[in-house]
Design a protein around this ligand. Structure first.
Ligand SMILES: [Zn+2]
Length: 213
């Protein structure tokens, strides 16, 4: 079994098209944007003919940052959506939900700019793979986009602009707020893509490159 962590966002949608997993998992861990993620993920999965499952693991009371509505500790350089131990939790919950399914590969949509998060670094990914391998033989953790940007991932994936238009990336609400880092990154990406190919995309006055670095 090869499974993809699928939030219905741009990166995991590109990876769904590229890696064709046996199953895509959307985890409702209590993030305020979960209904929007689940709605987008279900629709995109149906469009590309991918098996999809929603896993319930309510942990919002243990989180912090934009995705919970609970302010996170202010630390210099830390982004507002920082949720301590988030990716560690998501990978663990995914592995737990697939216990007994002969899980051989988990695919996560980490991209180069996620290195601003402690749990988006190459060190984290290799440590998590080793940790999961202690309980899963013949297992690998894949992050196929961890050394490239979202823009490069979109280009390589070949996903259509129509499909990308169904993605959901808001951190703060179940309907895109248009103001958080997740929404801004998507709007800026769509504006850049529109410049490249003239496709009709939602636009925003600012087309500055991603602020996360
Ligand atoms: Zn938003």
């Amino acid at each position: 079994m090869r499974a993809l962590l699928f939030s219905g966002g741009v990166e995991s949608t590109c990876l769904a098209a590229m890696t064709k997993p046996d199953l895509a998992l959307t985890i409702n861990y209590g993030q305020v944007c979960a209904p929007g993620e689940i709605r987008a993920a279900k629709h995109i999965a149906s469009l590309i003919g991918m098996s999809h499952r929603v896993v319930e693991a309510s942990l919002g009371h243990l989180g912090a940052g934009d995705m919970t509505g609970i302010p996170s500790e202010e630390v210099e350089g830390r982004v507002p959506e920082h949720w301590p131990f988030r990716n560690q939790m998501l990978l663990t919950v995914a592995a737990m939900s697939l216990a007994g399914c002969d899980l051989r590969e988990l695919i996560i949509g980490t991209v180069l700019t996620d290195r601003v998060h402690n749990d988006g670094t190459p060190e984290f990914l290799s440590a998590m793979e080793r940790l999961l391998q202690t309980q899963l033989s013949d297992f690998k953790l894949s992050a196929p986009a961890s050394t490239i940007t979202t823009d490069d991932l979109v280009r390589r994936s070949g996903v259509t602009r129509d499909l990308l238009g169904w993605t959901f990336s808001c951190h703060r609400a179940e309907v895109a707020c248009g103001a958080c880092r997740g929404c801004n990154k998507s709007l800026e990406l769509f504006a850049r893509l529109e410049c490249e190919d003239g496709a009709a995309f939602p636009t925003k006055s600012s087309t500055e490159s991603e602020a996360s670095s």
